[in-house]
Structures are given as structure tokens and as C-alpha cells.
Design a protein around this ligand. Sequence first.
Ligand code: GDP
Ligand code: IMO
Ligand code: MG
Length: 429
Amino acid sequence: MPASILIGAQWGDEGKGRVADWLAADADVVARYAGGDNAGHTVVVQDKVYKLHLIPSGILHDHVMCVLGNGMVINPVNLVREIKGLEAEGVSVTPENLLISTRAHIISPAHTALDAASEAQRGADKIGTTLRGIGPAYMDKTGRSGLRIGQMQDIELFAEALHLQLRTTSDRLVKQGFAALNADDEVAIYIEAANFLRPFIADTSDYLNKRLKAGARVLCEGAQGTLLDVDHGDYPFVTSSSPTSGGALTGLGIGPLSVDEVVGVAKAFSTRVGSGPMPTELDGDIATRLRGTGENFWDEFGTTTGRPRRCGWLDAVVLRYAAAVNGFTEMVLTKLDILSGIDTLQIATAYQVGDRRYETNPSTMAEQERAQPIYESLPGWQEDLSGIRQWSALPEAARAYIDRVAALCDTPIRTVSVGPERDQLVHRN
Ligand code: GDP
Ligand code: IMO
Ligand code: MG
């Protein structure tokens, strides 16, 4: 059986974790291919809320093998913490259900310190990163000076290489007025993590290709979102990896012909955390209404950082662009329940930039910053959707909203989510 790729269609936090958990029921392997613990994927199973950062959402299914692919950047200390946290919650994580690529890159304290320093130096122009060291780790990767997970298999050489990386970075940071790193202490902590993780390390590309050949279904779980992609997103207000569908191939080492499904996950409205353009951003009462107060775990506050997310109307320009860039075969619309009780809903169908009209995302920051959304109004609905399980039971206005989004993006929507729980999905029949 072939591979499916699951991708965030907006700026991250679309509900990929909950959709991955649903698709994982029919998968044999679930593999993360990009990013690191900047991701925060929430899965809710019978009122229990799991927040996953590095480990694929498939871990909550007993039959699934989880893979951390070569395209990821992994903080080994945080990974060990996440594994132990899951174990404490009764979820077993062993080399029987988790493999880590030898080729994935390591995030060290050098990278987290450089991330913080870079954000401080940017001042008002900061990216608003998650401060997890993601950018500096990918810079070392493309600069061909990074450390890879496979190097943890020879502890002495690994400790030496890490010590050198920490000392060199520390000297650089001190020269720029930042605090020094304690290389000895950090290396000791990393050796402990490396010893713990060693049994999980494997050539995951080889593993995945063998499983695909033998007929397994592989779900490639995207992190971040299309507009955060280093090539296709709102550069420079992006992450440093390729969350889009091409990234799944390079980030796992599988070929394009093994993929038969590319599922886009889109939230029924827009959210963004961090800096950068967001043409449909709202403020005032309606933004507060979409964000929630923080009293519910699903309210719009970052899963990884706790930051309040910027909120706005659904942007079909972004979704149309994401559908094209990734080649979506379908989209899943999440958090539809949150729109209940709003009299009139708006969807951006195009942008006006000066005297030019854009149906898809402008390709320069100068145009993106000046983009004015052109809205279409749709009637809202009052009914609570959270208990609905049949498509025909959805209010007519909700069905019209879904159908309009699908038509604007020329992509079918066959599934919507009306709550965070595993069973709060409604499928078109
Ligand atoms: P991800 O990063 O794309 O996996 O998304 P996050 O987990 O960061 O953020 C999505 C939030 O919305 C989480 O708290 C989910 O539990 C929650 N969520 C997902 N789908 C729905 C839905 O349909 N309705 C509601 N109310 N919450 C949802
Ligand atoms: P999931 O997988 C939302 C954003 C950060 C910042 C930019 C760069 O949960 O959807 P980075 O730390 O990656 O260098 O930050 O990207 N960002 C996310 N926003 N969800 C995420 O992941 C994100 N991962 C990174 O807020 O704007
Ligand atoms: Mg998230």
C-alpha cells in the first residue's frame, strides 16, 4: 500500500495531530518528516489530552510504528523527556514502536542559544520563533557542519564533536555580548540522552522503503504549515524546513510514486503565532471570540509556547495556494464548531494589491504586506455542532460554508472536525 502525506494548509496549528490520529487508525507506519519540537500536536482520546512535539501522533495506536525521519532536527534531551512523559501517562514507547533516523540532525544547546541571540539581535523585526533552536540547527545542516543522530552511536567521538561545537559557539556568543555555554555540563547531559536513545536509531529510509514494498500504508505527518515553509511561505517569517509535500519525500527518503494521497488540514478560520503577514487578521471582539479565553485547552494559545495566536477570517487565497503547492487530493476542515453563533462569516476570496488583483498568494513580502483581502459574506449558524456525527445533520449554512471553501480551492472536503475528541469527526456520505 502507498503513502499518504498530511499537511497544514495555513500557518500551523490547523489540527494536524487530531487528523493524523484519525488516519493512523488505518496506517501501519506514521512518520514525521520535517521540523522538530517547535511543533505541538494535540490528540485527545477519551478526555485525555496528549501534546506531542517530536513523536508522531500515531504513537497512540498500538499497531503503529512511528518514525522520526531524516528531514527532522531533534533535540535528544527533549525527546527523552517526551518519551518518559508518555510512559508516565501509560503510553509505551520502545524501539518496537519508534525509530529515529541516523540522518536526522541534532539540536544542541548551541542552537537554542543562537536562536535566542538571533531573535534578540533582530529586535522589533524578530521572527517570533519558538526558541527551540530550529533555524540554527538547519543552518548547520545546510552549512555541512551539523551533527547527525547516527553519530550518537559512537559516544566518545560524539562527545568530542559536541564539545567542539559548544565551545566554538560559546566563543562566538561571548564576543557578541551573550552568556557563555557550559560545554562540560551540556555534553554530560547529551551523553545520557544518547545512551538512552541508541536502541531507537535506524536507517529509516531503508525501513520505510522496505515496508512500502511489502504493502504497508505509511502516513507522513507534516508539522508547521504551508505558509511557514522556507521556500513557499512568507519568507523570512517562516520556519527553516520544508513542511510542504516535497519535504515529505526528501525528509523521509521515499519516492514520489509511492504517494497516492495528499491531505491538507485547514482550520475553519485563520490563526498565526509569531510575526509576518496575515491579511485577514482581526482585532477586537471577533478576534477574542475566535481565540477563546484560554479556559479550554483548544483555545488559540500555542501548544508549544503558550503564546496567544493571532486570529482572523478564513483566507481562501492561502488555501488555494496551499492546494496548488502541495497538490492536495482533499482537505479536512477543523474547528468548525468554533464558528457557531457568529451571524455573518467572511471568507477572503482574493487580494487587492494596489491596482492588481491576486487569486493566489503574492510571491514577494512587499506585496504580501500590502495585500487587502476581498471578502465574500456567508450566513452563519447558531446550532452547537459538537454533538453532530452525520453530514445531513449539519446546519444548512454550515454545509454551504464547507462547500464554498471547497469550491474556492477546487479541492474536495469530505471530512470536518467539530471538536477535539477522536470521535468528533463528520464524514460526507
Ligand atoms: P496541530 O499543531 O496542527 O496539530 O494543532 P494544535 O494541536 O497545535 O492546535 C489545534 C488545537 O485545536 C488543539 O488544542 C486541538 O485539540 C484542537 N482541535 C482540533 N480540532 C478541533 C475541532 O474540530 N474543534 C475544537 N474545538 N478543537 C479542535
Ligand atoms: P505545528 O506543527 C505554529 C512558527 C513560529 C514562528 C516561525 C519560526 O504545531 O503546527 P521556528 O521556531 O520554527 O524557527 O519559528 O514558525 N512555528 C509554528 N507556528 N505551529 C507550529 O507547529 C509552528 N512551528 C513553528 O511561531 O513564527
Ligand atoms: Mg501545533
